[in-house]
Design a protein around this ligand. Structure first.
Ligand SMILES: [Fe+2]
Ligand SMILES: [Fe+2]
Length: 309
């Protein structure tokens, strides 16, 4: 009969293995897509403001449940509940209660890009999470701080899309998957040989991101420990060879490292950390640190906003 399309169950082998998270395109009609996300275990995904103002996204929770951390309240939804997203202004973390199945309908085609990067992203995320909880939390914090700075800089900011900066910030430390966990978590001063592992993680991050995400994103990861005066690592680059985007991630990275408890450091308040970064104009770009200071002073980066999820 005309007007009806039947979609039969996808046969085994077409979808991801049972114990993995997966995205499966169920239907596509014009720009409209219906995707089934199966998410294994407790995890956090983020809703980002769409670049297309007409984008509408609809989520139906088929199994499991989610917590949506809105600005002023936490909304818990379970199987059978649904929510839609349109005109989102800020990023919203969505925490899965456990194994969940979510039906996602969008008029902003998403599956192509999801399918393309899905395997490698999952692999990278799993590697980070397995390696070190600090790195996993830290990556999300650097993402949030980087985007807050990017948004506040407006037309004074770097020539990069918000999505690309988000990718680079989230995966800047992915090269740490090659650093032995004993070294990552060692509270004492590192030996020379151990230090060599740490010093090469930006190189590995860049190398891992380059094939899928291109040079602009890889450069940010590769240079997030470089400093304007050449005192950074791994290459000791100077200001003219360091992009403004990588400086945003560098500032966000240092800011989170100074303000979070890593077990062996003196934890600074947000204000103390911002003041210290502003006081180092030879190392960190003043255009960025001054914006960070404004954000901190105005309460735009409340303590505790970055949770340990
Ligand atoms: Fe790093
Ligand atoms: Fe980092």
């Amino acid at each position: 009969m005309e007007g009806i399309r039947f979609i039969r169950k996808v046969t085994a082998g077409d979808s991801a293995a049972e114990n993995e998270s997966s995205a499966q395109l169920l239907a596509k009609q014009g720009v409209l897509e219906v995707i089934l996300y199966r998410i294994k275990g407790e995890s956090v995904v983020w809703l980002f403001p769409a670049s297309d103002p007409n984008a509408i996204e609809y989520f139906f929770i088929h199994a499991g449940g989610v917590d949506l951390a809105m600005e002023d309240e936490l909304v818990s939804l379970g199987a059978g509940d649904s929510f839609s997203v349109s005109g989102l202004k800020t990023d919203v973390p969505v925490k899965m209660h456990g194994d969940s199945e979510i039906l996602y309908v969008t008029n902003c085609p998403a599956y192509e890009s999801v399918a393309d990067v899905d395997v490698s992203l999952k692999e990278l995320l799993t590697r980070i999470n397995e390696k070190d909880h600090y790195t996993s939390r830290h990556s999300k914090a650097v993402l949030q701080y980087s985007l807050a700075i990017y948004d506040a800089m407006q037309d004074r900011g770097p020539d990069i899309s918000r999505e690309d900066l988000a990718f680079a910030a989230l995966f800047h430390d992915v090269g740490k998957c090659f650093v032995p966990v004993e070294i990552l978590q060692k509270p004492d001063k590192l030996e020379q040989a151990e230090l060599r592992y740490i010093l090469r993680h930006p190189v590995d991050s860049g190398r891992m991101l380059l094939p899928k995400f291109g040079e602009q994103i890889a450069e940010i990861a590769r240079n997030h420990h470089e400093r304007l005066d050449g005192t950074g690592y791994p290459r000791g680059l100077k200001v003219e060879d360091i992009s403004l985007s990588s400086q945003i991630v560098a500032v966000a990275d240092a800011f989170d490292a100074m303000t979070s408890n890593r077990g062996y450091n003196v934890v600074k308040t947000l204000l103390e950390a911002a003041e210290e970064l502003v006081s180092l104009p030879n190392q960190y770009d003043m255009r960025i640190t001054s914006v960070l200071m404004q954000l901190v002073s105005s309460g735009g980066l409340e303590e505790g906003v970055i949770t340990g999820v």
